[in-house]
Design a protein around this ligand. Sequence first.
Ligand SMILES: C[S@@+](CC[C@H](N)C(=O)[O-])C[C@H]1O[C@@H](n2cnc3c(N)ncnc32)[C@H](O)[C@@H]1O
Length: 348
Amino acid sequence: MKLSHEDRASIDFVLTLRRRWADAMYPALRAQYDARTKERGPRDRKGAAPVVHALPSYRWFAWMERGSQKMLWRAVSDAVARNGKARAVPAGPARLELDASLELPDWYTDWDIHVQPGGVWKGDASADVYELGAKLVMLGVNDDYTFHRAFVQTAVPPRDYRRIVDLGCGFGKSTWPFKRAFPEAEVIGVDLAAPCLALAAERASAQGLDIRFRQADCARTGLEDGSADLVTSTMLVHEMPRPHLEATLREAARLLAPGGLLRFLDFTWTGDAFRDVALAEHGARNNEPFMPGSMGADMGALCRKAGLEDARWVAFDERGGGRLERLEWPERPEWHFPWAVLEARRPA
Ligand SMILES: C[S@@+](CC[C@H](N)C(=O)[O-])C[C@H]1O[C@@H](n2cnc3c(N)ncnc32)[C@H](O)[C@@H]1O
């Protein structure tokens, strides 16, 4: 999207504010916390929360987190309203499979996810707003989708996949790299949001990518039993309530052929009490109410119950390095998500 100077200026302002929050306010809050707890710190996030709430910069930090997120959507919505264009019917190879009878779950429609007004599903423009906003949410460091390419390149073993299913594909940035990496595979993106799927198909067609974008719930995809060799998701797990997460794992197990792989990119607790408080509260301030519940789930047990084996989390460095061998992240002072890959497989 070509932006006017005015739109560019307001987006740059919000981006600068968010970078300041992440790069300066978060480390300052951390320094205050470390100073308060240097004798003997709380062991977990429940114990740490009251200490964090009493820190001098906490209110500023919390307000800036939610306030700048609201400003972000305002700036982006205005830009899309002024500069956006009508959705084009995909003229290339991508296919769009919309289901007009699909009822969206209440837990999905009741919340404006990420504080985006109307969420990602309410009108055609919501997908364009989400696309532009996603770049700002990632603080401008994922403009070329390095994060999603690193996932495909480092967390998914090279194989002759016949079918790859990307659950919660959004506007397709997690799905396109799979088709590029595995051009022989049939690649299917599944999402509830029709506007996102339409944008995903338009962008895929423009890149010459033959991908099916299917409107369905990831817990009931309607795809055939045992038809996929790889089921993936990025940034989906923490958005669902626990029962839906369990149903999604069962669906993934049903879709996978024997020996097929599950790779879900999301985040998990770090065990660092301060960081985990900041993360849980990020979920609350960012309208992601199911985050603590899904992050607290015993994924090993849930995967086993769903019929999957060898489940484990490994850390993921989104700056390009991608999958790490263990659940340990490199030290970094600035605010960032503790990204991690859930790996499991269907028994052979
Ligand atoms: C944070 S976005 C991630 C999109 C994409 N995977 C990416 O990495 O850019 C989460 C997506 O999951 C979708 N979603 C949430 N719950 C879903 C469900 N039960 N079934 C299908 N899609 C779902 C949302 O509509 C949204 O597009």
